[in-house]
Design a protein around this ligand. Structure first.
Ligand SMILES: Cc1cc2nc3c(=O)[nH]c(=O)nc-3n(C[C@H](O)[C@H](O)[C@H](O)COP(=O)(O)OP(=O)(O)OC[C@H]3O[C@@H](n4cnc5c(N)ncnc54)[C@H](O)[C@@H]3O)c2cc1C
Length: 536
């Protein structure tokens, strides 16, 4: 969820901690109204009973059909449009495009339902397609020979803070005393990342750790990292400091939906060596600007979805649950359930892009190729809970760093919250929406589908009460979004798995585009998977 870090030395505020510890949270008030929002699980579950289907009420043809209008599907559709294909249509199960990057409104305020930021990519870096699109929509510009980002869409300061030892501190890296063994471990981890970056370049100059991941170099060093979990690798390096380990675990849960015990060492290092950085306090670069540049919006990445979807207008068919895809000799037939008219549509197209999570693609495709069956079986997905809390007024200011865009509680099971109004330009803080993120263990998926949202709302509030004793008084309403299969987990062996590589390279009538192809879920992965699927 959060951006990475560039931190100056941070020291715990001892006196401040004592002051806050003296004020303990009051008894919990009655729970405010809590509702589930955002996903039509019954539509997805329709796939389970799709063995016998009625006769199609509508027959349609298209030159290209894109199934799924998440970031990957929208980027694929854009790619075909750029190649001059006008007769293309998108079929999307939900009532809006965007998938995991959709947004919501609460009390008249925009807020995210899922993804909410994008680090600013380099023009000539591995995510060049993303940079090119950002230039096209004006978020990046060339000025006096260099690229600059539109300040209005960059995360405003202050960006991140951590609640630890009873006070808020700037940044998310737990503070350490200079010269302590903990500080030495931070330095050693930073050094290890730099050495792996420098030492692992490919023969043709590929970066050791690129985003998208498939543009990274791959040699014995990377393969070795991919064989173990990040936790095992850290232990082998003697990196055992509790606070460092919490921070690294937090980062993995935040970007990958699972912690250091689950993700591969390659994925753990990739987080810091590609998308984010790791700058230990007092180390090289500690004097640099400590704000990592990220784009963000009140409604999260739904802002970008709106721009991506705009060219398609009536070619984007929402409320269409694709139930079956059959590859014929010359065409592909796609059967979609029109949710508003409650009737079946039969589409035919010579080219179909399945921009779906791979386990769904494997279910809808009548005869899935072995690579797809294998990939669907091999990927594990993390469930997520996103709770939007509508506040009638700002929370009481506590000791330490001021309210920031991203606010995290040390040691919490949750991933903290972002403030949807942080990007607003109003002079005085007022009512707002806090978006709280929880990446859950897979064992909690079934409970997440329970009818009653209140136990989840209570859990979300309980995690915040220590840092915000007045939260119960301020929350008016809680809108909860549950993602049963939110994102593929980059466990050992996922990166460079032959089945994923085969699907990425598929050039037949059925192609694949989804962040799943990377074995992890990030905007850049989804966007570039879509761009590549649309290549001739
Ligand atoms: C809670 C959360 C927070 C995140 N935060 C960030 C973030 O801040 N930054 C970031 O870069 N990434 C973030 N991500 C990752 C995010 O998943 C990616 O950025 C990106 O949105 C993935 O896009 P996609 O197109 O690959 O997949 P999806 O979003 O999964 O898109 C697939 C689409 O297919 C549709 N579909 C499924 N089944 C059918 C069917 N049978 N018929 C028709 N349509 C169907 C779905 O409704 C969906 O629209 C987050 C993810 C989650 C879950």
């Amino acid at each position: 969820m959060s951006a990475g870090l560039r931190r100056r030395t941070l020291l715990a505020a001892g006196g401040a901690a004592a002051a806050v510890a003296a004020c303990s949270p009051p008894a919990a008030a009655p729970l405010p109204p809590a509702v589930w929002v955002g996903a039509r699980h019954e539509r997805g579950h329709r796939l389970r009973s799709a063995a016998t289907l009625p006769t199609a009420a509508v027959q349609r043809r298209a030159a290209v059909l894109v199934v799924g209008a998440g970031i990957a599907g929208l980027a694929a559709a854009r790619g075909y449009l750029q190649r001059g294909v006008q007769d293309l249509h998108l079929l999307e199960l939900e009532d809006a495009a965007g998938g995991n990057s959709r947004g919501h409104q609460l009390g008249g305020m925009a807020c995210p339902l899922g993804a909410h930021y994008l680090p600013v990519p380099a023009d000539d870096g591995p995510a060049r397609e993303v940079a090119a699109w950002l230039h096209q929509i004006g978020l990046l510009k060339r000025e006096h020979g260099r690229t600059v980002a539109d300040e209005r869409h960059l995360c405003h300061s202050p960006q991140e803070r951590l609640f630890i030892d009873g006070a808020w501190v700037e940044g998310l890296l737990p503070p350490v005393d200079p010269g302590s063994p903990a500080a030495a471990q931070l330095q050693r981890f930073a050094q290890a990342v730099v050495e792996l970056q420098r030492g692992g370049r490919g023969a043709r100059g590929e970066p050791a750790f690129a985003l998208p991941a498939h543009r990274s170099a791959w040699g014995p060093a990377q393969a070795e990292l991919e064989r173990t979990t990040f936790a095992q690798w850290l232990a082998a390096q003697g990196l055992t400091d509790e606070r460092l380990r919490w921070y690294l675990d937090y980062c993995c849960r935040d970007d990958y939906g699972a912690g250091t015990e689950t993700v591969s060492a390659w994925a753990g290092v990739h987080y810091f060596a590609s998308r984010h950085g790791f700058h230990a306090p007092g180390g090289d670069g500690s004097d640099a600007d400590d704000r990592e540049a990220v784009f963000t919006w009140p409604e999260g990445n739904a802002w970008m979805v709106q721009r991506l979807a705009a060219p398609f207008a009536d070619r984007l068919h929402t409320g269409r649950t694709v139930l079956r895809v059959t590859e014929g000799r010359h065409d592909v037939q796609v059967l979609a359930w029109d949710e508003s008219r409650q009737q079946l549509e039969a589409w035919t197209a010579p080219q179909v892009v399945l921009a779906l999570p791979l386990f769904i693609a494997a279910r809808v495709l009548e005869s899935p190729p072995s690579a797809l069956r294998e990939a669907a079986k091999g990927l594990a997905y993390a469930p997520w809970l996103v709770a939007n809390l509508q506040l009638d007024a700002p929370l009481l200011d506590r000791v330490g760093a001021p309210p920031s865009w991203d606010n995290v509680v040390y040691g919490s099971r949750g991933l903290g919250y972002v403030d949807a109004m942080h990007q607003g330009l109003r002079p005085v803080p007022g009512a707002t929406v806090l978006t709280v993120y929880h990446a859950l263990p897979r064992s909690e998926r079934a409970v997440l589908l329970a009818d009653d949202p209140r136990p989840w709302a209570e859990r979300v509030l309980a995690e915040l009460r220590g840092a915000h004793p007045d939260i119960d008084r301020r929350v008016q309403r809680i809108a909860l979004m549950r993602w049963g299969h939110a994102m593929a987990i980059p466990a050992p062996g996922v990166q460079r798995h032959p089945s994923l590589q085969a699907l990425r390279g598929a050039r037949g009538r059925v192609r694949y585009a989804h962040a799943d192809l990377a074995g992890c879920s990030l905007f850049e992965e989804a966007f570039i998977a879509g761009c590549e699927a649309a290549l001739p």
